[in-house]
Ligand binder design. Structure first.
Ligand SMILES: *Cc1c(COP(=O)(O)O)cnc(C)c1O
Length: 459
């Protein structure tokens, strides 16, 4: 056989092997139930695939895998406040996918809207006018605070932040942007410029020039920064803030802070951007955290729960004053998939569920009960727990040390409850369950927290 022929035979073998594998995977996707044998195959393929082709770092980092991979929690299905791993163990979800499951896992109304849309059309032509984008934008103008009116749709949080930053620059024609310490705005290069964690930023420096980080909650520092930037001719163009910092460890600002920021921005004609990617869609007890503080930003960023935990979807909603800088040329900022019909269908159904089931109100009520229960459970453990704080169903438990937080989340995971640390502040674990979570489930979580806390050493 010639070498060429050999290569061809080998290639053909390889192609048929790949086809066999793909067939097996597609058959798996079709299944509702798996046998024990299939579960073992899935677990092995997942762990091997992560090690060889995704990133082996996840296997040593995740609390869900034992060394050597004898035990690995591989997720398989979900519904309500829970998800189930491939071996059938059920977990109460208190991480909520970093806050994407506000209406619960696979809410039937969201699933129905998306599948109905899918049967007719999945993605848009890009050239004709797509109806759902117009309708969702109208709904957003109605439910967002104040004069927020025009929407640009994205696929993720970081994309919403990118769009907001570009919009603010278009409008202001200034390059200084103020962000805050402990903030998290995403990890693409633009939004990462706003994000505060050194570890995430350092390898990518220099990022977008003009960003300055000042302490969150410090209005005097913000005023001084505005003044000195103006003095040196580098006027501030925009301020970007999370009304309540999520990844920073659930940090609630001092009373009046956001109002004072708004007033300062008005005085200097600075665009105020609220990054509500995590706080939006009912999480804090209001549809948007802006409403909690009675402040309307110029640009509001949404994502995470915006697609109802079914579709990736995000949006920026802006007032006319700022947004009209994009009227002349709407192609100044575009995205192929942003605002696609499936995502819009999901977002519209999500808003419907939030309103009809009064989930923002529910987040306030259940959140208060949850916070009180966790605080009671932590009584006597002051050597381990520094503080428990929260707003609605955005709750943070801050420990004295990272290790205690890790041990507690590991202990709770073993009891079938998923909680996890925050990205910028690893001493704090977050509780961000679906806003639909039942009181029974909340009680189970509080009980487990109490048990686990007693078994963890203060270190
Ligand atoms: C998660 C998050 C982002 C980034 O969203 P991605 O969809 O992960 O890009 C941005 N801002 C805030 C406040 C977030 O919590």
């Amino acid at each position: 056989m010639s070498t060429d022929l050999k290569t061809e035979v080998k290639n053909n073998e390889q192609v048929s092997e790949i086809n066999e594998y793909i067939k097996q995977v597609l058959a798996l996707i079709e299944k509702e139930e798996v046998t024990e044998e299939e579960a073992q195959w899935v677990t092995k393929e997942t762990v091997d695939g992560f090690r060889e082709h995704v990133n082996p770092g996840f296997l040593s980092y995740r609390k869900t895998v034992t060394e050597g991979g004898q035990f690995a929690a591989v997720e398989w299905s979900d519904g309500g406040s829970c998800f189930t791993d491939i071996s059938g163990k059920k977990y109460i979800d208190c991480l909520g996918g970093f806050g994407i499951y506000n209406v619960g896992h696979r809410h039937p109304k969201v699933v129905k809207a998306v599948t109905d849309q899918l049967k007719r059309q999945a993605l848009h032509s890009q050239d004709l006018l797509d109806p759902l984008r117009a309708m969702l934008a109208k709904i957003l103008a109605d439910i967002t605070p104040g004069d927020l009116k025009y929407s640009f749709f994205t696929n993720s949080g970081t994309e919403s932040v990118e769009a907001a930053l570009k919009l603010a620059k278009m409008y202001s024609d200034r390059s200084t942007i103020i962000s805050t310490t402990r903030s998290f705005h995403g990890k693409s290069l633009g939004s990462l410029s706003g994000t505060a964690k050194g570890v995430f930023r350092k390898p990518f420096l220099p990022l977008i020039p003009g960003f300055r980080h000042i302490p969150f909650g410090d209005i005097d520092m913000m005023r001084k920064t505005f003044e000195s930037c103006a003095l040196v001719g580098e006027d501030v163009g925009a301020v970007i803030l999370e009304p309540i910092q999520g990844e920073g460890g659930i940090i609630i600002p001092p009373a009046n802070y956001l109002k004072e920021v708004r007033a300062l921005c008005d005085e200097y004609d600075v665009v105020l951007i609220f990054d509500e990617v995590q706080t939006g869609m009912g999480r804090t007890g209001k549809m948007f955290a802006s409403e909690l503080f009675d402040v309307t930003p110029d640009i509001l960023c949404l994502a995470k729960a915006f697609g109802g935990g079914v579709m990736p979807a995000g949006a920026v909603v802006a007032n006319e004053k700022v947004f009209k800088s994009l009227f002349d040329n709407p192609f100044m900022h575009t995205t192929t998939f942003g605002g696609n019909p499936l995502a819009c269908a999901a977002a519209i159904a999500t808003i419907s569920v939030l309103l009809e089931e009064k989930l923002p109100e529910r987040a306030a009520e259940v959140g208060e009960y949850f916070l009180k229960g966790l605080k009671e459970a932590a009584a006597g453990h002051e050597d381990k727990v520094l503080e428990i704080r929260g707003q609605g169903l955005m709750i943070g438990i801050e420990f004295h040390k990272d290790e205690i937080g890790y041990e507690v989340s590991k202990g709770m995971f073993d009891k079938g409850i998923l909680v996890a640390g925050t990205l910028v502040n690893s001493k704090t674990i977050r509780i961000e369950p679906p806003l639909t979570m039942s009181y029974e489930e909340v009680d189970t979580v509080i009980r487990s927290f109490k048990e686990v806390l007693s078994n963890v050493a203060a270190q």
